[in-house]
Design a protein around this ligand. Structure first.
Ligand SMILES: CC(C)(COP(=O)(O)OP(=O)(O)OC[C@H]1O[C@@H](n2cnc3c(N)ncnc32)[C@H](O)[C@@H]1OP(=O)(O)O)[C@@H](O)C(=O)NCCC(=O)NCCS
Length: 210
């Protein structure tokens, strides 16, 4: 589903992770609009995030599954993709439907593909021929140009720019405002710091801060 689709009251969406990225995703979901059921948060089992109730913590997911069928990982990701990877696997194991929300303020080419559970935030642009894996964050104002291949569990942070034909392994982070030269390959689990220009390939697990 490319925009989160229509969601009935019973089919309202659970958000797994209640921090800053969750609040930004809520802003996207309200714009689509998608009904938010509430939040699942490891740190606390009650309270609210923006106006939405915290319904439980991670261990409550099996019980929540008997009530809700839709869920999305809304934990952020910088130095490691592990938490998002683990939560995504858990949602799949529990047979949740995992949507692919796209902000109406973003532009995703009809010739691009987005994997399950990936989110495209406000004013991001994903151009023709690009394939984005599962459970990725294409954050606000990020640009993923034509013919890129983005692996599963990657985060292209706010305002980052990937030129045409960039490839990433899974679990990659590209920091805010960074620019990656066309055709460059970023290896699995590598971290590119904010505000840097990447002109050469980065190996698996590498860290590049310019
Ligand atoms: C790469 C990064 C993850 C490293 O974080 P860290 O392990 O906590 O390391 P530090 O920030 O303490 O940096 C250690 C050193 O690396 C260098 N460094 C780190 N990031 C850098 C960057 N982006 N550009 C240039 N140098 C950098 C600096 O020399 C720094 O030393 P200093 O503290 O004396 O300035 C972090 O710096 C970063 O860029 N985070 C991304 C932030 C971002 O894009 N957020 C967007 C969320 S949407």
């Amino acid at each position: 589903m490319s925009s989160g689709g229509s969601v009935s009251a019973r089919g309202a969406l659970l958000l797994v992770g209640g921090g800053g990225h969750c609040r930004a995703v809520i802003d996207v979901l309200e714009r689509i609009p998608v009904a938010v059921a509430g939040i699942v948060d490891e740190a606390r089992a009650s309270g609210t995030v923006l106006l939405y109730p915290v319904l439980g913590c991670d261990e409550d997911l099996p019980d929540l599954r008997s009530v809700y069928s839709l869920a999305l990982v809304t934990v952020g990701q910088i130095k490691t993709p592990l938490v998002r990877q683990k939560l995504f696997a858990r949602l799949e194991e529990l047979c949740f439907d995992i949507p692919t929300p796209v902000s109406p303020l973003a532009r995703v080419s009809p010739h691009a593909l987005l994997g399950k559970g990936s989110v495209v935030m406000h004013q991001a642009l994903v151009n023709a021929g690009t394939v984005i894996g599962k459970n990725c964050i294409i954050n606000s104002q990020a640009l993923v140009e034509h013919d890129c291949r983005i692996g599963d569990h990657c985060h292209i942070a706010t305002g980052a720019k990937l030129c045409g034909g960039v490839e990433t392994g899974e679990g990659v982070f590209v920091g805010a405002g960074s620019v990656v030269r066309e055709g460059t390959r970023l290896g699995k689990n590598c971290v590119v710091g904010m505000g840097v220009c990447v002109r050469h390939d980065v190996p698996d697990g590498g860290r590049y801060v310019g």
